[in-house]
Design a protein around this ligand. Structure first.
Ligand code: SAM
Length: 241
């Protein structure tokens, strides 16, 4: 795809989503796309490697958060299980003032993110290789974040234990979900409460260029997560709350 077509499709996609940005950072997104495609040929980063699909399924989908909220410049944000940077890195490119932590358990993806940061020259991004269950036990990360994001990592009853411990009291957890969202909520609402959160709302995200339903579950952290959570790495998945 030519860069001019890429720019047109990104711009139209954003407009069709009803979003307004004073500046669409096309150059950085273009670098991101090409690096993702070229590195993906060397090792598996994502199943989505076509330009059009990267625009719709990675970039526009990641921007869904802006249909329900925004940041203050000083906000501290973490993306849990970010893979090659979705949604966290896309959000950071559009809102560079935030301080961002990108966390993933997969070393290759973490290496890609480090390379991406060098190419994009973005500030205030920390990339961490590790598991959510281990990092959330460290006092410098536990209950520190204004926003916790996560997409395509686990069902809500497991994901709640990966994400809620990172949110400060009154902070927010934003979980990107597909069509099974309602059932996940039925099975996971109890886990959210146990971990100190409450589901504030579930927003259907409007992305006209994508088929399939997309939702963001918005959770508010009401009180501290009990110290026994998260349990040891692997236990939340083996024995969901
Ligand atoms: N969020 C990205 C996206 O939407 O494209 C990546 C999704 S990928 C299907 C799931 C990612 O979550 C993988 O990169 C995996 O390594 C990471 N992951 C799964 N469990 C994790 C955990 N407990 N702690 C940290 N990362 C985890």
């Amino acid at each position: 795809m030519k860069k001019s077509i890429f720019k047109e499709k990104m711009t139209k996609g954003i407009t069709d989503m009803g979003l307004e940005f004073t500046n669409i950072p096309v150059d950085r997104l273009w670098v991101y796309t090409n690096l993702l495609i070229s590195e993906n040929k060397k090792y598996n980063l994502t199943a989505i490697v076509d330009y059009e699909e990267i625009i719709n399924k990675h970039f526009l989908d990641s921007l869904g958060f802006f249909q329900l909220g925004s940041f203050r410049n000083e906000d501290y944000v973490i993306d849990v299980g970010t893979g090659p940077g979705f949604p966290g890195m896309v959000i950071k490119i559009f809102f560079p003032q935030i301080s961002l932590v990108l966390l993933d358990a997969n070393k290759k993806k973490v290496r890609f993110l480090q390379l991406l940061i060098e190419h994009l020259q973005v500030d205030n991004v920390e990339v961490i290789h590790g598991r959510a269950e281990d990092l959330a036990d460290k006092s410098s990360y536990r209950e520190r974040f204004d926003f916790v994001f996560s997409r395509a990592v686990a069902p809500l009853n497991i994901l709640a234990e990966y994400t809620l411990p990172f949110a400060r009291v009154k902070g927010q957890v934003q979980l990107y979900k597909g069509p099974d969202c309602q059932q996940e909520i039925e099975e996971g609402a109890g886990a959210v409460m146990t971990l100190g959160g409450i589901i504030n709302n579930v927003k259907k995200i409007k992305i006209p260029s994508l088929t399939g339903e997309r939702y963001i579950i918005n959770i508010e952290k009401r009180k501290k997560t009990p110290v026994k959570y998260p349990r040891r790495a692997g236990i939340p998945k083996k024995r969901p709350l």
